[in-house]
Design a protein around this ligand. Structure first.
Ligand code: TXA
Ligand code: MG
Length: 370
């Protein structure tokens, strides 16, 4: 594509940034593209009712246009413009979780261009919690279609620096806010039927949805992923079929207890040193502390710095931190030119389902339990 002169707007998450957000909001109304922070990941936004503007998103991201986009709103009154009806169950879920990291799939109205929904008769809608995102959408006064602001195929951006790396020169504005607090894309929930169905797991977990709706199913295509064990299951959320969240390095995921995993990590390091390449080990602080001690007793400092990158996923007691640091860790491992990444996997319940869904994709299904 022809390079665009991107304007950068630095915002402070706690201050009232209305003045700074007026120009990017105007750009949205006029058919431009604006990258903005949300609590999940950064998004690349355009007016959801403007087909020409939507094309610019696909072009900037290099994304196939059959993959539908999430439409972001700032207040409930905007929802009525977009959807046919809102089932009672969906209303209760919205009251419980909006604004926040959950997207609802509802029957769409015809005002929404097919380009936004990939030709489906439904639309995915989210009211984000991030104050900058909300203010921007409110100032624009239009619903904002916004996929994650990464080049298609790469891990979603959780920091302004990630977005600048991928999209500077390809969008009109980049709003540089703080790091994403959730770090994984929103839960996508189909609420068109009697029972809500999770199409993409996220921070709002199945357990949390059951508390409100009494019931919740999980699309079979997302448990152990599309490229993984259930390759024959066609995912309902079209985006789930693409290679995603993938760094350049080869990713392998290992699930087990710390005492079993640490010797496995050691063998990955040994293979890297013998094979003359670099490996990233992504695990909890507690594991990395023990591993580092063992490695320092076995190898020279120069061997370790040339062949090993220990990447912290936070404390074993805090899965939120694992989620928040995951995409950044994958990108950091690429920056440090690791050819291989071995990641500690987690159990597939609660937030663990979302983490394993992303890891399964990043590793193209290379998940083993020891
Ligand atoms: O957290 C998020 O949701 C971020 C931020 C920017 O809000 N956005 C995001 O958008 O992750 P994107 O485009 O990268 O992912 C949208 C997902 C895809 O998996 C897509 O297939 C699914 O939502 N989706 C969109 N519309 C749908 C629909 N009508 N039916 C089923 N799935 C849909
Ligand atoms: Mg995405």
């Amino acid at each position: 594509m022809k390079p665009i002169e991107t304007k950068f707007v630095k915002v402070n998450q706690v201050a009232d940034e209305t003045e700074l957000l007026k120009a990017p909001a105007k750009a949205l109304v006029e058919g431009g593209t604006v990258v903005f922070p949300t609590e999940t990941v950064y998004g690349i936004g355009a007016n959801a009712l403007d087909e020409v503007a939507i094309d610019k998103i696909y072009e900037a991201k290099n994304r196939p246009s059959d993959n539908p986009l999430i439409v972001h709103i700032a207040k409930l009154s905007q929802l009525e413009i977009l959807v046919e009806s809102i089932p009672e169950m969906a209303k209760a879920l919205m009251r419980a979780f909006w604004p926040g990291p959950i997207t609802f799939v509802l029957k769409k109205k015809s005002v929404i261009p097919d380009k936004v929904t990939g030709g489906l008769d439904t639309v995915a809608v989210r009211m984000p919690e991030n104050a900058i995102a909300l203010k921007l959408i409110e100032l624009a006064g239009v619903p904002v279609a916004a996929p994650s602001a990464n080049t298609s195929g790469k891990p979603s951006p959780t920091k302004a620096a990630h977005v600048i790396e991928d999209l500077a020169g390809r969008v009109d504005y980049i709003i540089e806010g703080s790091d994403a607090v959730v770090g994984l894309e929103s839960t996508v929930l189909d609420v068109t039927g009697d029972i809500p169905v999770i199409l993409r797991p996220g921070k709002i977990t199945r357990e949390m949805i059951v508390e409100v709706a009494g019931n919740c199913e999980i699309d079979p295509g997302i448990v152990m992923g599309t490229e993984g064990k259930s390759a024959s299951v066609v995912p309902k959320s079209p985006g789930m079929k693409y290679k995603h969240y993938a760094p350049k390095a080869d990713v392998e995921v290992v699930i087990g207890t710390s005492s079993k995993l640490i010797p496995v990590f050691e063998s990955y390091v040994e293979a890297a040193i013998n094979g003359g390449y670099k490996v990233a080990v992504m695990s909890f602080d507690e594991d990395l502390l023990v591993l580092e001690k063992i490695l320092k007793g076995k190898y020279t400092v120069s061997d370790l710095s040339a062949h090993v990158f220990l990447c912290s996923q936070g404390s074993i007691r805090n899965l939120d931190e694992f989620a928040r640091l995951l995409f950044g860790g994958l990108r950091k491992s690429d920056d440090r030119e690791c050819q291989k990444i071995v990641v500690r996997g987690v159990e597939e319940d609660g937030l663990g389902l979302a983490i394993m869904n992303r890891l399964n994709k990043a590793s193209a299904g290379k998940v083993t339990r020891i």
